[in-house]
Structures are given as C-alpha cells and as structure tokens.
Design a protein around this ligand. Structure first.
Ligand SMILES: *Cc1c(COP(=O)(O)O)cnc(C)c1O
Length: 240
C-alpha cells in the first residue's frame, strides 16, 4: 500500500478520496433529511487512465463517466472483465452516436431530436435500451450544451417513444463561480421541470446534477445522481 502517496493510481490514496466523497455526500443528505441511498455516485473518469479506474472499481465504484469517445473506448475495452456501467457525459457529435449506442449504458447530454433518433436506430437490438437524460441549459448560457427549459417537454415525449432509448430524467451543468444561493435556485428550477414532466405522465427517476464544486447544493435540491471527477481522482492527467 502506498499510504500517503499523491499518485491517483495508488489504491490507498484513491480509497481515501472515495471514502471522503462518500462522507460528504452522506453529510449533504443528512443536512436536508434525505436518505443517502437516493443519491448515486457517477465517478467521472475522463482524463484518468484505465489503471486508476480499475483501482476505483476495487474500492467498489461501479459507474464511470467519460466525455470523449476516443479516450473512452480503449478504457472500456481494457476493463471489459469488470462489470462496470459506462455513462457518456460529453458533447455528442453526429459521427460518434454509433460508438455511444454500442459501448455505453447511459447518455447524459442529449439535447437534439435528430441525435436521439440516430441513437435509437443504432442501439444494438440485443442490448437493453440506452438510458438517457436530457440536458437542460438551466442558466441560459449561450454556446453551451442543453436545450432551453421550454423545449424540454416535446423532446422528452419524443425520446420516451423511441424503442432504443429509455428516458430516465434531466441533467444540468451550472456555470462556474456562482454563489451557493444561485446554485440552489438553478438546481431547484431543474428539479421543478422534472416534477412537471412526471406530473404529465413521464416516468423519470434520475435527476443528474451536481459536480465536485456544487454537489451539496444539488443534493439539497433533489439530485439523484452526482457526477464527480476532481474530488475523487484529483487533477485530470490525460489530455483529450
Ligand atoms: C468533467 C465533468 C464532470 C466532473 O467535473 P468535476 O468538476 O471534475 O467533478 C461532471 N459532469 C460533466 C458533464 C463533466 O463534463
């Protein structure tokens, strides 16, 4: 055991970070009266080698998030002996839909009907439907991923009707540098949009919000899946 090492690939260092993040998630749940079992941890492994992911899997993490198809595919292949769940969380380009449909179990950044139809058609028939979260541009940022809140419902209804996809919920990314109260307000807006879709009959069970810097506020507003990279693995070392 390389106790105290700063090398993210070392199992003891990583096990400590994982325990720490688990504690912080539990504390965030306690302070708003939620059961920690309602919040799943997605370990964002982009920028880190397969060896680090293997160590994280040994420490019982099972869900991993990747943002770049080219970086992810060799890692998924190298770790095929482990029962891991792979989530694509990056910007999806048209020429990458097939790779995502074939190699991932989840997609978090869907914001386009045409891409949804392609993914559904390209999902292998032997595989269960691809789990999908629609990305909402909660802060109204220009040139950022996600669709406007008012456009979510029609896309959600389309996705819910596609055989290769299974709509699970909504996903949002906040701009950096917001105060906690601003974060809370934007996360709350996403949560209420999700609640409205459910009231209109869509069966959604996943609210994908919260990253290393803002997951406590996301949990306070009802997140069921936090996407955490830096707080678990340290600075990213692989350049895309
Ligand atoms: C990189 C990334 C994360 C993780 O960010 P950290 O700040 O390292 O926790 C979460 N979600 C998305 C969509 C990302 O691209």
């Amino acid at each position: 055991m390389l106790t105290g090492s700063q090398n993210p690939a070392s199992d003891a260092w990583l096990a400590g970070r994982i325990a720490q993040v688990g504690e912080r998630i539990a504390a965030a749940c306690r302070s708003c009266g939620r059961d920690p079992s309602e919040v799943r941890l997605l370990a964002v492994s982009k920028g880190h080698p397969a060896s680090t992911i293997r160590n994280a899997a040994l420490a019982d993490l099972t869900r991993f998030g990747e943002s770049y198809v080219q970086e992810a595919l060799p890692k998924i292949a190298a770790l095929a002996d482990l029962a891991l769940e792979w989530h694509f969380i990056g910007r999806l380009q048209t020429n990458k839909t097939r790779a995502v449909a074939e190699h991932f179990q989840w997609l978090h950044g869907l914001d386009d009907e045409r891409l949804a139809r392609r993914l559904s058609a390209q999902r292998p028939s032997h595989a269960p439907a691809l789990n999908v979260c629609i990305q909402v541009n909660v802060a109204g940022e220009t040139r950022k991923g996600g669709i406007a809140p008012e456009s979510v419902e029609p896309l959600a209804n389309t996705v819910a009707g596609l055989p290769g996809l299974r709509l699970r919920g909504l996903m949002g990314i906040l701009p950096a540098g917001l105060a906690p109260t601003q974060r809370r307000a934007l996360f709350a807006a996403l949560a209420s949009l999700q609640a409205r879709l459910r009231a209109n009959g869509l069966q959604l069970d996943t609210l994908s919000m919260g990253m290393s810097e803002d997951f406590a506020e996301a949990i306070a507003e009802g997140s069921t899946l936090v996407r955490i990279g830096t707080a678990l693995f340290g600075e990213r070392t692989l350049v895309p």
